[in-house]
Design a protein around this ligand. Structure first.
Ligand code: HEC
Length: 160
């Protein structure tokens, strides 16, 4: 056989194997996920700030206590109406939130709890999260003081 023919045959075999390997890889590798519509939260997406940076320096005027956690939870489940979207246990699975995109935040999420300052949580409750489907709740439904109590309750959901 002519050396050029041997080369061409070997080349064709390698190219064939490469194509085969690629098609197997594309069958087994995970499909691209659309972050916003995915039910599996992307940690980077959760960490991305939702509110202006100035909110980080807002100080929580409340001193947390077991009674205040209970009170904050009552507001969350009561006049604040938060549970309809964020769910009874604040995991982002409330009935009214099911059809929203993006989904209401899982307020128990460890990344959320780690990166968010109290002031950012308060800001979101007070002003809403523009463009993300979370409305403003102060003063429409609760007072600033009640919003801080809800912040205290949300903080109590930190798992560690
Ligand atoms: C109409 C449904 C709905 C209701 C009711 C609602 N939220 Fe939200 N909330 C959302 C959505 C949607 C987002 C945006 C999620 C995102 O940006 O990924 C959000 C975001 C938030 C955030 C910001 C999360 C972050 O990543 O910084 C906080 C805090 C929050 N909600 C708390 C509350 C509290 C407390 C209440 C009650 C006073 C409440 N929400 C009521 C739908 C709702």
């Amino acid at each position: 056989m002519h050396p050029l023919r041997i080369f061409a045959t070997v080349f064709a075999m390698i190219a064939g194997l490469w194509l085969l390997a690629n098609s197997i890889m594309s069958l087994t590798s995970a499909p691209e996920v659309d972050v916003l519509s995915s039910s599996v939260p992307n940690p980077d997406e959760i960490a991305r700030p939702r509110v202006p940076e100035e909110a980080q320096s807002l100080k929580n005027p409340m001193t947390a206590s077991p009674e205040m956690i209970v009170e904050g939870r009552e507001i969350y489940l009561g006049s604040g109406n938060c549970y309809v979207c964020h769910g009874n246990e604040a995991k982002g699975d409330g009935e009214a939130g099911a059809l929203l995109n993006p989904k209401p935040s899982d307020l128990t999420d460890p990344t959320f709890q780690r990166v968010r300052k109290d002031g950012e949580i308060f800001w979101a409750i007070k002003n809403g999260v523009p463009t993300r489907g979370m409305f403003s709740y102060v003063p429409r439904m609760i007072t600033e003081e009640q919003a801080w109590k809800v912040v205290v309750y949300i903080r109590s959901l930190r798992s560690v």
